[in-house]
Design a protein around this ligand. Structure first.
Ligand SMILES: Nc1ncnc2c1ncn2[C@@H]1O[C@H](COP(=O)(O)OP(=O)(O)OP(=O)(O)O)[C@@H](O)[C@H]1O
Ligand SMILES: [Mg+2]
Length: 450
């Protein structure tokens, strides 16, 4: 049964309306002001609210705003007096579905209620068609950039996403290859199916093979039961093969076969399984060079790059830097509950002139540090900690004879010292959890300078 909430400070209107709607077969709640209505909204989630504008405690417009924040799908019809143009406009701007004028005419009301409920059913239905991770994807993963190089990327994403064509994404580290792969997946025909990323460097050859193709029980020591591989799990979705340049010659042959035959076998298995997923591969090395050096199979290279998307490095699209800065500051401020939003011209110039070897990721991390370090709402020159270029590095300390652990110790120490040992800030900059930071301080016996 659909639920309607009637809100009016005039008891006679409330009663007439409620009784009428009950007879129409709706479940009815009523309240005499916005504040009480909001309580009911939270508990009962009505499909439709019919509310007066002028009421004590909380008026209809404020109720509307609050309701839309709780659940944007809840429909609201405003009852407005003739002279109340302003509040009607404001109501529509705040997302009211419709308004009806006083005195209420039952026939008109009936039509509008039905339309509003129809709208609610439609938007609920649309919601159910959108995969649950879509929203998350949208907020977190929007590609920013207006330069011609990026527009070309968007155009290719659009074209590729309407089919399951194999795609190769090339770009330096941190240019957004994974983000582009996700955009292809979530913008097109694959969006209701899984997106499965596999990092080809993270596993040994045999583990990677069974990860991709799956294995049957007893295929090797420890394989006590059948296991599905990523190709199977991805169904009609997308397999994202990150750092494809790193796969072994042996696996290159196997992958080539999958791409040619669109079939594969589990490790140790005998039956052929169909491959329905689309493959997107990414690399930050130039595959064509690896091909000419004989390190990557030419036939596989051509099978992978049916469509090839090249993401330009950040230093070749410095016009995008200001909007990226704006985007990341908004994101970082929300994350850290700060409000650092001013970037003086001279600071922007520094950001534009840096060569960003680590590309967009590097820019994001630099801004993260700057926000953490800033004490008011401005990013100062001093808070921009850019990695020195290689020649400067060489002339300072030589890190070349340090072990990874010694490097880690030095780095943690200098971050802590630069932050006056504020561990809350330090763990965020270092990209590790607070407990991990504590355990590393213990492990390396790092002590404050003072
Ligand atoms: N155009 C962009 N707009 C907004 N954010 C971006 C853009 N490009 C990259 N990023 C952000 O930069 C970071 C790095 O992106 P991503 O992981 O996709 O890069 P990558 O090319 O896969 O890097 P790597 O080669 O190191 O794996 C992510 O946090 C991503 O959200
Ligand atoms: Mg990546």
């Amino acid at each position: 049964m659909e639920k309607i909430l009637v809100v009016d400070d005039d008891q006679s209107i409330r009663n007439t309306l409620s009784n009428y709607l009950k007879r129409q077969g709706f479940e009815i709640f009523s309240a005499e002001n916005g504040k009480l209505a909001l309580e009911i909204v939270k508990k009962k989630s009505p499909d439709l609210i019919i509310t007066d504008v002028r009421m004590p405690e909380m008026d209809g417009i404020d109720l509307l705003k609050n309701v839309k924040e709780i659940d944007n799908h809840t429909q609201v019809i405003i009852i407005s007096a003739f002279d109340d143009m302003q509040s009607t406009i404001s109501a529509m701007q705040n997302g009211a579905y419709d308004y009806i004028e006083k005195p209420l005419e039952i026939d008109k009301l009936k039509i509008r209620i039905n339309r509003a409920l129809e709208n609610k059913r439609l938007s609920d239905h649309l919601e159910s068609l959108i995969p649950s991770n879509y929203k998350e994807y949208k907020i977190e993963n929007t590609l920013i950039g207006k330069t011609p190089g990026m527009k070309k990327v968007y155009k290719l994403i659009g074209q590729v996403s309407s089919s399951r064509v194999t795609t190769l994404i090339q770009g330096e580290s941190g240019t957004g290859k994974e983000l582009v792969a996700k955009s292809i997946h979530y913008c097109g025909i694959t969006k209701d199916n899984p997106f499965i990323a596999v990092n080809c460097t993270a596993l040994t050859e045999s583990l990677l093979e069974s990860e991709l193709f799956g294995h049957v029980k007893g295929a090797f020591t420890g394989s006590v039961r059948d296991k599905k591989g990523k190709f199977e799990l991805a169904g009609k979705g997308t397999i994202f093969l990150d750092e494809i340049s790193e796969i072994s010659p042996n696996l290159q042959v196997k992958l080539l076969r999958v791409l040619q035959e669109r079939e594969f076998e589990r490790v140790g298995g005998e039956s052929l399984l169909p491959m329905r997923a689309r493959i997107i591969a990414a690399t930050n090395k130039k595959l064509s060079e690896l091909v000419s050096e004989g390190k990557f199979r030419e036939d596989l290279y051509y099978r992978l790059r049916v469509v090839s998307i090249d993401i330009p490095p950040l230093r070749e699209r410095i016009e995008d830097i200001p909007i990226l800065v704006q985007h990341f500051l908004a994101k970082i401020n929300t994350e850290l509950h700060k409000n650092v939003n001013k970037v003086p011209e001279e600071v922007m110039e520094i950001l534009k002139n840096y060569n960003w070897v680590g590309n967009v990721r590097d820019l994001e991390n630099t801004l993260m540090q700057a926000v953490v370090l800033s004490t008011d709402d401005v990013i100062t020159k001093e808070n921009i900690l850019l990695r020195k270029n290689e020649t400067e590095l060489e002339s300072s300390v030589s890190f070349l004879n340090l072990s990874l652990e010694e490097m880690e110790k030095l780095h943690i120490e200098s971050v802590l010292n630069s932050l006056n040992w504020d561990k809350q800030k330090a763990h965020k900059i270092l990209g590790i959890s607070l407990p991990t930071l504590y355990s590393k301080i213990e492990k390396y016996n790092i002590r404050s300078e003072k």
